[in-house]
Design a binder for this molecule. Sequence first.
Ligand code: AMP
Ligand code: ZN
Length: 117
Amino acid sequence: MAGEPQDDCLFCKIVAGSIPATIVRETETTIAFRDINPQAPTHVLVIPKEHHRDAAALAAAAPQVAADVLRETQAVADEDKLESYRIVFNTGSGAGQTVWHAHAHVLGGRGLEWPPG
Ligand code: AMP
Ligand code: ZN
């Protein structure tokens, strides 16, 4: 069923606490933790606790939770005192998605080129 934890999902395991992560924020519907392979001084992943395969699936199935994820990206940026930051939702393997549980990358603390690579 949409939103149910998946046994083979790394981020569902982080939500469940069975895999450790450096959690920086938690709400009723979301968690935010530092990326294990940071690409910027601030590189935090904000995820819904519910399992959805990507951002669009999350928005379709649970729009309020999608809004919660977006609100939390700002909270992460505020905690790290970022004036500017980038939110990235890699969607599909061609765009670099490797974990099939919706997640927002929050990147900041260095210059961010546009357009991105
Ligand atoms: P994506 O490539 O957009 O699917 O993003 C997945 C992200 O998860 C990558 O930036 C990885 O570095 C990160 N990642 C993978 N395993 C872990 C982990 N155990 N804890 C924190 N971040 C992770
Ligand atoms: Zn999951």
